[in-house]
Design a protein around this ligand. Structure first.
Ligand SMILES: [Zn+2]
Length: 501
């Protein structure tokens, strides 16, 4: 309220306002960023003019609210590379393309609900049929063939893989639930994925679960995470795309979808996946895997699962990567550097683990774990990578772009038009923009084996073929090819098929 005309305003109002400002300054609830800004202000007082100017620029940056949202390099949005700018625009950009026509209300619809699959009579791990058992034997390896499991289980890989993997990590014991509750929960979650989706179906969820479990077995994650972290990672992976409508967030916002209205256009799908997963779980005690947890344990697990599912939003990709690189990679490299100095024998693996094990760092690692698992297709063995590349292109082209054109909605990713789509080009751009740096950073936590396998690379990458012709060994090749080259060339050469651009 204005002090004008108010008896308590005027001369008496100023000191009162000053008092309240002073009171706020003396409060102990000061935010860390305010402390930093105050420290810089104090430093400025005794600094030469050039330093004061530089610090002014620092303060300007610190006062923005998006401290970890990097400014994308200009080449990512450049006009001469429509594939890259389309991917960045469609998956990352904060600005949704605006509708051309203004009749949103006529096009509102909720997310597609697939036909629930008939529930399998499977009741426990011991009842898994032999032919499925034999496929699942390779489950702990990176080469595990999820597509083979999809076929053998009649498109229900999540229940079978989930049972096997959750048993390996003793999830039922952690949650204090009988196996029957886990089976019923897995069935319910799997039936809530749309088997009509080319890509975002329960096989993708099972694939992400598989990659997550693989990462959890790596030396550094194993030591840094506790049992609750592992359980949260596995559950988050299983539910992270539940009820996915095969449309992107930008599409849902553009069409004024009910989910976009519900979540205010913010992380629409990711909020929906996390929320629905908990709503489904609490529907009935027969599927409630959390029923025997204490209130505190449930709260912590729920928070961790939600945080990971939300981290899969590509709009936040560069922010998560930047935080991870600044906090985790720098810590690891610093410890490794200090360990290599002869005078400092005190830094060893134990030191790295201690520094990585803080709750904040474990959160960053869990986010990166699910992000890498979610988009690990390009670093899988070639035949799997190829299937996934075709599926995502089909989903974007057929289930999104075709509909956008039909309904007069803005086309979010024009490169995914079935008449002109080039799978190799889209994959290469995706790898360049999102995969290389992320897996480079993730490599410090866990080696992802497929990218370093020179033997496999030799059979598919043109550079490798040339190297082989020159008589270079696999070891020479590994030295010559950076991982970035290997990933990139692998996808260009493998996915280039007759009849495909
Ligand atoms: Zn996903």
């Amino acid at each position: 309220m204005s002090a004008v005309g108010c008896p308590s305003g005027g001369v008496h109002g100023v000191p009162r306002r000053r008092e309240s400002v002073a009171r706020i300054h003396s409060m102990t609830i000061e935010a860390p960023i305010t402390k930093v800004i105050n420290m810089i202000n104090v430093a400025q007082e005794s600094s030469p003019a050039t330093v004061v100017q530089a610090l002014d620029k620092v303060l300007e940056i610190l006062r923005t609210s998006e401290l970890y949202a990097p400014h994308l390099p200009p080449q990512l949005g450049r006009d001469d590379d429509p594939m890259t700018s389309d991917l960045v625009g469609g998956l990352v950009s904060q600005n949704m393309k605006r509708r051309m026509s203004g009749n949103e209300s006529q096009h509102q619809r909720t997310a597609h609900h697939g036909h629930p699959q008939s529930l399998t009579p499977l009741a426990s791990l011991s009842q898994i049929p032999e032919h499925v058992q034999s496929i699942l034997e390779r489950e702990p390896t990176w080469d595990f063939d999820i597509i083979q499991l999809e076929e053998a289980t009649n498109k229900r890989p999540l229940v079978y893989l989930g049972l096997k993997t959750f048993a390996r990590f003793a999830v039922c014991e952690f949650l204090s639930i009988p196996e029957s509750v886990l089976v019923a929960w897995l069935q319910l979650i799997e039936s809530s994925y749309h088997d009509s989706n080319h890509y975002h179906n329960s096989t993708h969820a099972a694939d992400v679960l598989h990659a997550s479990a693989y990462f959890l077995e790596c030396e550094r994650t194993k030591t840094v995470f506790d049992a609750a972290d592992c359980v949260a990672c596995l559950i988050a992976a299983a539910v992270h795309d539940v009820d996915h409508p095969a449309r992107t967030n930008a599409f849902l916002v553009n069409e004024g979808n009910q989910l976009a209205l519900l979540y205010n256009d913010l992380a629409v799908l990711e909020n929906h996946h996390a929320s629905l997963a908990f709503r489904l779980t609490h529907k009935d005690p027969s599927v409630n895997i959390f029923q025997n947890l204490s209130r505190e344990d449930y709260r912590a697990l729920r928070q961790s699962i939600i945080d990971m599912v939300l981290a899969t939003e590509m709009k936040q990709h560069f922010e998560h990567l930047s935080k991870f690189t600044h906090s985790i990679n720098k810590t690891v490299l610093k410890c490794e550097d200090e360990a290599s100095e002869p005078s400092s024998g005190s830094f060893d693996n134990e030191t790295i683990f201690q520094q990585l094990s803080t709750p904040e760092n474990r959160t960053l690692i869990k986010r990166m774990l699910i992000k890498c698992a979610d988009v690990s297709n390009p670093v899988r063995p070639t035949h799997l990578c190829s299937v996934w590349a075709e599926r995502i292109a089909e989903e974007y082209c057929q289930q999104q772009t075709d509909e956008e054109k039909e309904r007069g909605l803005p086309v979010v990713m024009a490169v995914f038009d079935r008449k002109t789509c080039s799978i190799p080009k889209s994959q290469t751009s995706f790898i360049d923009v999102f995969i290389n740096d992320m897996f480079g950073a993730w490599d410090l936590i866990t080696e992802t084996p497929v990218v370093t396998r020179a033997q496999e690379v030799q059979t598919m990458c043109p550079m490798a073929a040339c190297a082989a012709a020159d008589g270079l060994s696999s070891r020479d090749l590994d030295r010559k090819c950076s991982k970035r080259d290997v990933l990139r060339l692998k996808n260009v050469s493998v996915l280039k098929k007759p009849g495909v651009n």
